[in-house]
Design a protein around this ligand. Sequence first.
Ligand SMILES: NC(=O)C1=CN([C@@H]2O[C@H](COP(=O)(O)OP(=O)(O)OC[C@H]3O[C@@H](n4cnc5c(N)ncnc54)[C@H](OP(=O)(O)O)[C@@H]3O)[C@@H](O)[C@H]2O)C=CC1
Ligand SMILES: O=C(O)[C@@H]1CCC=N1
Length: 267
Amino acid sequence: MKIVFYGSGNMASAIFTGLIESNTVKGEDIYLTNRSDIEELKRLNSTLNTQYSYDDVELLSNADFVFLAVKPHDFDSLVERIQPHHNANNKFVSMMAGVPINQIKTKLQTSNPVARIMPNTNAHVQQSVTGISFSDNFEESDKQLLFDLLDAFGTSIEVEEDSLHDVTAITGSGPAFLYYMYEQYINAANQLGLSHEDTDIAVRKLIIGTARMLENSELSLDQLRENITSKGGTTKAGLDALAKHPIEEIFVDCLNEALNRSKELGK
Ligand SMILES: NC(=O)C1=CN([C@@H]2O[C@H](COP(=O)(O)OP(=O)(O)OC[C@H]3O[C@@H](n4cnc5c(N)ncnc54)[C@H](OP(=O)(O)O)[C@@H]3O)[C@@H](O)[C@H]2O)C=CC1
Ligand SMILES: O=C(O)[C@@H]1CCC=N1
């Protein structure tokens, strides 16, 4: 199977690294290109054994899956490269936030199958939650091949195309929202008495341990929280202070703004 990535940035590299490190695809079967950063392509060639080229005829020839991994605002420059040279074998897989399948087909002037995925950078540790949606003409056997690729870097959920906006907000951007929260937690913790180094290590371990509890425990979130909250104790005091702030409102606002932006990107 020949897989091409147009774009070798943050999201693409998380995915092709996952594909190679899980032995799902050999490096030599993955062809990378980007706008101009040839040093990055050479570095990836020496570390992952991936191929690279700026020759679109060579890239697209016999390519089974062609990942569109550029920012939405760079799609037009990508169209100039792909449109003249694509062929019937190419199944397109776009990870561009917000850009709809019909727009991709129209701009590329193609009736080839197109899938849209919305992964997240947890693909680096094979833990992406990836939403996926297919054009009507995507063959079942090709869907299965693509699901197998997605499994190499996490779990996938098939959704209606319109729901990809929700996936983008909740899990596509989600790691950034959680990192931001953790940053604030570390900043606040730094105002207590531990050294900054100890605080950083302690909070990282706290986050990892809490995530493992979520993974391994059968208890609900609120039960897990209750188990830490002694009557009249420290946790109750801290939670009561938190409840004075509009935390749910903050996240409603955050997710709605991300979702609205996803809708705007497709226009
Ligand atoms: N980052 C994330 O967490 C997520 C991102 N996405 C989506 O993934 C896409 C890529 O995002 P991200 O990886 O963060 O972006 P990056 O900026 O890290 O990477 C963008 C890549 O696109 C390349 N590029 C730009 N124009 C062209 C072109 N005309 N031909 C070929 N390559 C080109 C750049 O090349 P060069 O370096 O040479 O300029 C670079 O390799 C976006 O559409 C985003 O919506 C989806 C889910 C999560
Ligand atoms: O910020 C963005 O637009 C992309 C999509 C989801 C995560 N990063």
